[in-house]
Design a protein around this ligand. Structure first.
Ligand code: GAL
Length: 440
């Protein structure tokens, strides 16, 4: 009763009689508000997890693909911080990751591709993702090859993002239409096309002298001159006999003979620059993993409009693959839930579709949304789906063997490529001798 009366009191009376009580309420309200504000900020902060992700993706399409992942993770209150080590194919990134591990400064997540996953798992450096894999039914939904790759010791320790096809021959459609050319299915056809283009003053094949880019081309030539079993004998088993085999010799000769169709001055340009040559018509063809397709698309050049994909001659039945994967480094319980969330979400079908459309790769799933893929990806998916007999692991991109073996083999290929006075047979003998010393 008394309170009701006071509300309608004139101001003088209010000031003298009611204000002390109102002030009490005001103070009470302020404290209450502050309490909730602090509580809100504390919980928000406790939920938001910052996760550093080390990777080597810097091109337009690669950045867009990463943004798809980080944007999706933001919805889960995960702050994705990029730690980018620019280096095509990840050579620099691997070195930085190792030194950070040794310095006790590992990031929470890192891009780590191929055989090295098993080596790091052996050392107990990778977080096992069994609960995420079993709740997400990874064993059923992933391609068996992908599933095997990510669980080297019976526990899943990597998150697969996408599968790239390396034996892709891109061609510039405008140039091919102008000279009435069709993509070559064998090396005779390739030679005929290349000669015609050269007569017209067009560089037939874009190429860089960067070792990993040359190795990317060379491995497709080994496959082209042989088959999946022989390729594995050479690059997975590192059998000395494979290196002195005539088929390996033919691949070396082919590499040398392709030199005349490459730019006269070969710089160590990035793969982005090699792709740019194709886009601008400075070269008519390019052999590159299909991340080049993602990049061309990101520049507004549509598949089957500005360019198309074919297989490197004589490799149409095979999928020379490279699988991109993330690993979670063991950084204790605090970030574990964020790491597991990333693992869980990255493999979900919708994100797989969106991410791989941008990246140029195909989903790691057995049943992806095929109708959302362009012609290059549909072909890539169909061939990969044929099973392991048709899947060939990339040497240059770490799918076939350990880092030391890969580097030793690539170094010899480079020597051969750069020095025309080295003979095919001497190079073969050197490789066979080296292969005896490589880890098996
Ligand atoms: C590969 C990687 C691809 C692509 C390429 C160029 O090793 O798997 O996703 O980024 O390097 O950097």
């Amino acid at each position: 009763m008394q309170k009701e009366k006071k509300i309608f009191l004139p101001y003088a009376e209010f000031a003298s009689e009611v204000q002390p009580e109102a002030q009490k309420y005001l103070v009470y309200l302020v404290y209450w508000g502050l309490f909730w504000l602090v509580a809100f900020l504390w919980t928000a902060n406790a939920q938001a997890q910052t996760v550093q992700v080390l990777h080597w993706w810097t091109s337009t399409s690669e950045e867009k693909a990463i943004a798809t992942l980080s944007g999706r993770m933001a919805q889960e209150n995960i702050v994705w911080k990029n730690a980018v080590i620019p280096s095509g194919s990840g050579i620099g990134a691997g070195i930085v990751l190792k030194s950070r591990m040794l310095a006790g400064d590992a990031p929470e997540v890192a891009q780590l591709n191929g055989v090295i996953i098993s080596e790091w798992a052996d050392l107990g450096l990778l977080q096992e993702l069994d609960p995420v894999a079993s709740s997400g039914k990874w064993e059923k939904s992933l391609f068996p090859t992908v599933w095997r790759l990510i669980q080297p010791k019976g526990h899943p320790v990597a998150v697969p993002l996408g599968i790239h096809r390396i034996n892709t021959l891109f061609y510039n459609r405008k140039i091919f239409a102008r000279y009435d050319l069709s993509p070559p299915k064998n090396w005779d056809e390739f030679e005929a096309i290349a000669k015609k283009l050269q007569q017209a003053g067009i560089t037939p094949l874009a190429q860089s002298a960067e070792p990993w880019q040359l190795a990317t081309l060379f491995e497709t030539l080994v496959l082209s001159e042989s088959d999946a079993n022989f390729y594995r004998d050479a690059f997975v088993k590192k059998s000395p006999q494979a290196f002195v085999d005539p088929r390996f010799g033919r691949a070396l000769s082919r590499l040398r003979s392709l030199k005349k169709y490459m730019p006269a001055f070969l710089s160590e340009q990035t793969w982005i620059a090699s792709t740019r040559m194709l886009a601008d018509g400075d070269a008519a063809m390019l052999v590159m993993g299909d991340w080049a397709k993602g990049e061309l698309n990101s520049w507004g050049i549509a598949t089957d409009v500005g360019f198309s994909c074919a297989a490197v001659p004589n490799t149409a039945n095979y999928h020379l693959y490279n699988i991109d994967t993330l690993v979670m480094l063991d950084k204790g319980a605090t970030v574990r839930s964020a790491q597991e969330k990333i693992a869980q979400i990255a493999v979900l079908p919708a994100l797989q579709t969106e991410y791989n459309q941008i990246k140029g790769s195909i989903p790691v799933l057995r049943n992806p949304e095929l109708n959302k893929m362009d012609s290059c990806s549909q072909t890539s998916w169909k061939i990969f789906s044929r099973g392991s007999a048709f899947q060939v692991p990339s040497l240059a991109h770490r799918m076939a063997t350990d880092e030391i073996s890969k580097d030793a083999i690539i170094a010899e290929i480079m020597r051969f490529f750069l020095n025309d006075s080295l003979s095919v047979s001497d190079t073969q003998k050197r490789l066979a001798a080296i292969s005896h010393t490589l880890p098996k």
